[in-house]
Every structure is written in C-alpha cells, then in structure tokens.
Design a protein around this ligand. Sequence first.
Ligand SMILES: [Zn+2]
Length: 213
Amino acid sequence: MILESFPVGPLRCNCTILGDEVTHEALVVDPGDNIPEILSRLQKHGLTLRQIVITHAHIDHVGGAALLRKATGAPVFLNQKDLGLLGMMEMQAGWLGVPTPEVAPPDASADDGLSIGLATLPAEVLHTPGHTPGSICLHFPAQHLLLAGDTLFAGSIGRTDLPGGDGRQILRSLRERLVVLPDATRVLPGHGPETTIGEEKQSNPFLQPGFRM
Ligand SMILES: [Zn+2]
C-alpha cells in the first residue's frame, strides 16, 4: 500500500493519498487545497486516481475536489447530509477571508455502510455526524486504518459550534462507531498528528466514560 498524508491549505487539512503499487490505482481523501501538489504526488507513484472521498463539506477539506475531479475524471463522494454546507461555500470562504473555490455537486453520496475504496484496498463508510451532519470516517479493516476527518483528533475532537454541529451527536458517533474499533487501529485525523483508537480511549478527555456536552 502506498500511503501519503500531508497538510494542505491555510488550515493544514490532512490530505491522504492511498494507492496500490500493483494495480496503480489510488483514492484521495480530503483534497482541500494544493491540487498541483496532489497531482504530482500521484504522478510520482504512477497512480491513476479512481475516487475522491470527502469526509465533510468544510472548505478546508472539500475546497479542491472540483478541480481534482476536472484534472482526473475521478468521481467525488460526499455524504448527502452535507450538501447544505457545500452550498454555503461563499460564506465558509468569508469566515476564513479566502477566495471562494469552485464547487460542484458530488457524484455519489458517501452513505453509512457504503463499500468504497479500491478492489485491493476496500473501505467502509462510517457515518459519524456531529462535527457536521454529513461527517464520515473511512475504515480500512484489513489495514487497521481509520481516516477520521474532523470527528476525532489526537487528544481532542472536532468542534461542534459551527452551523450543523451537534455536541451530543459527535459523542454518540465517537462512542458507537469509533471506540468500538480495535485498539490497534491507526487513526489519521483531519488535522494534526496520527494516533490510535487505544491511545485515544486511554487519554482523550472527550472519550472518557461520563463525559458530557
Ligand atoms: Zn471541519
């Protein structure tokens, strides 16, 4: 497996490239910005992009999706419950004081339970609302790997004070969908350093039993 995860854009969203060195197919998760860099990383490995997966419709995660689709023809997956946020791109750009990126409707909804990824690198969509209504995590069971978007960070969780955020909902998503994964699961969050489910269960204050919001 080829795995590159690197920060893009002013908010340093972690964009992740997952590729198969035999079939030379790849998926890209959260191409928020820096599309030329993403394309050159794909090219460096000789990878053909098959899927673009967006963990949620915040500008720092989805901002480059339309451009990357235009450059590669790969379809974009975004949970339909985040279409409202996708339609608020001008307002989101205003929050950050950056130009409004080109946006386009996704090609398919990343619904809970959807089998996605590559034939040799299958993943399952976990719908984990709370940070946004349509937030998802991508679980690669065979690789013991979770791309967590802004639902879970090392030592913290995603903010729930933006439009569509819901504190109780994110705690429910964390408890019912993420804490139940094997402790050894490697977690690549949407921002900041990687961690594991076991490490977060032990030390993340938001995951301790009895924590309320
Ligand atoms: Zn976000």
